[in-house]
Design a protein around this ligand. Sequence first.
Ligand code: PRT
Ligand code: MG
Length: 213
Amino acid sequence: MSSITLALSKGRIFEETLPLLAAAGITPTDNPETSRKLIIGTNRPDVRLVIVRATDTPTYVQYGAADLGIAGKDVLLEHGGAGLYQPLDLNIAKCRLCVATQKGFDYAAATRPGGRIRVATKYINSAKAHFAAKGVHVDLIKLYGSMELAPLVGLADAIVDLVSSGNTLRANNLEEVEEIMSISSRLVVNQASLKLKREIIQPVLDAFAGAVK
Ligand code: PRT
Ligand code: MG
């Protein structure tokens, strides 16, 4: 019997995917927040979940180690989307990709056409494209987390990071100076899996589409 594997990350994506899974008649048999298992079964013998780091989801699906996955637009833009079919915006894990600086930094002056700015981010591709479109020279510094620290200790003038409530920026005396794009998570499907396992995958796609708010 054919079966499918869905790649999910712990935390907000897992939580917000549960109602979509329920709409497709899928209930996980373990909670990844409390279990240490990386492969989680479901009530359906033909559907299993694999728990991966959010940034790794597109890679598992690209190589067919998972047939489907759920990943943020931020992550997909950095990955590039090779080998992935992206049929559905799930409208979950919503936030925005922004530029933020310390309060009082003259962002307008730094980003006049021909200007130059030093930016710390884990979103190198998105940041590069954003500043290129503005005609601003950008020196990018790659970080893997806690971007908010960089302007406070003089590592960068600005950061490009995700913002949802704005509490993290406020707590660190930073302010949002420009929105780059709004972000939500998408369903991604391995292109070969969609052809070979259509009879299992298509009803899941249809159920997810019907349940999207
Ligand atoms: O946390 P980890 O390092 O393991 O990986 P991750 O941060 O890539 O994964 P996770 O699970 O935190 O995020 C998964 C996806 O959720 C991201 O790829 C986004 O598409 C989406 N998402 C939605 C967010 C946020 N909202 C969000 N607020 N991802 C991260 N944040 C972070 C942000 O980077 C910042 O540090 O939350 C902080 C800001 O939140 P506020 O509420 O203080 O503004
Ligand atoms: Mg995180």
